[in-house]
Design a protein around this ligand. Structure first.
Ligand SMILES: NC(=O)c1ccc[n+]([C@@H]2O[C@H](COP(=O)([O-])OP(=O)(O)OC[C@H]3O[C@@H](n4cnc5c(N)ncnc54)[C@H](OP(=O)(O)O)[C@@H]3O)[C@@H](O)[C@H]2O)c1
Length: 237
């Protein structure tokens, strides 16, 4: 009798916050978790704490992404089932920062980590997703935000919001481009979560915030693609 090997998941920016919580839960559910982080010491410490494997990866640096993809193959093989593009920054100095004053540098900084980061990470790890043990179940999950929702957009946190709207567009592009390969791609809004980014007054615990991410990784139908998810349900873009 052959035993099926566990699904492998790679999570970016997982040394703390929602990425760490997601790594913890997916490990408990029996998946093989590759925790990645830009800071090698913090990343290795987090991985050791969860008894998972570690991959150094700075999503804002193309060389780091390409080195990580090569290292992934040499350490973990050429198969990946689930990619969670979680790493993100909130560079606006406060929620009231105005688009009438924000600098192009701030917008570029947000796009580099929150939008082109997930685009390049996906490009470099796609060959491994294509080798998934069950390619019709390979999944990409992009950590978006309510602040990136175009239909409810307000004049707040412009750099962050614009980068997450662009991430939503990237999600639709990736979903359409990967439809023939049966790899599903969805964006998720975790809600306002008590992490370093969300702050201590946020509505949700990390466990509550990670719920829809875990659902997309393990339970959502593999036919679900090109959707924006909140509380396990599809929401407007
Ligand atoms: N918390 C919320 O309320 C909320 C709401 C909506 C969406 N989100 C999204 O959820 C995701 C996780 O957020 P969080 O609340 O867990 O934030 P967090 O606690 O600030 O954690 C962010 C993580 O991203 C990592 N990161 C930042 N830039 C990176 C880079 N260039 N390369 C690799 N890793 C990088 C950080 O690493 P370092 O430790 O090295 O800085 C950290 O591990 C983000 O995409 C965020 O936009 C959060």
């Amino acid at each position: 009798m052959t035993t099926k090997s566990p699904q492998t998941v790679l999570i970016t920016g997982a040394n703390r916050g929602l990425g760490y919580e997601t790594a913890k839960t997916l490990k408990q559910l029996g998946l093989r978790v590759i925790l990645s982080a830009r800071d090698t010491i913090k990343g290795q410490e987090a991985a050791d704490k969860l008894a998972v494997e570690f991959l150094p990866l700075d999503v804002s640096n193309t060389t780091s992404i390409s080195q990580a993809a090569k290292k992934y193959q040499s350490l973990f093989g050429n198969t990946l089932d689930i990619l969670i593009n979680n790493a993100g920054i909130f560079p606006d100095t406060n929620d009231q920062a105005s688009i009438l004053e924000t600098s192009p540098e701030l917008i570029h900084q947000a796009l580099l980590t929150n939008t082109t980061g997930p685009m390049l990470v996906t490009q470099h790890f796609l060959p491994y997703l294509e080798n998934s043990s069950d390619p019709s179940k390979a999944r990409i999950i992009n950590l978006s935000s309510k602040l990136g929702q175009l239909s409810s957009m307000q004049a707040t946190a412009p750099a962050y919001s614009i980068s997450k709207t662009a991430l939503n567009a990237l999600t639709r592009q990736q979903s359409a481009a990967l439809a023939t390969k049966n790899i599903c791609v969805n964006a998720v809004s975790p809600g306002w979560v008590r992490t370093d980014m969300g702050g201590k007054h946020a509505d949700l615990s990390v466990t509550e915030g990670a719920d829809s991410i875990i659902w997309l990784a393990t339970q959502a139908p593999s036919t679900l693609t090109g959707a924006f998810i909140r509380n396990r349900k599809q929401i407007e873009w």
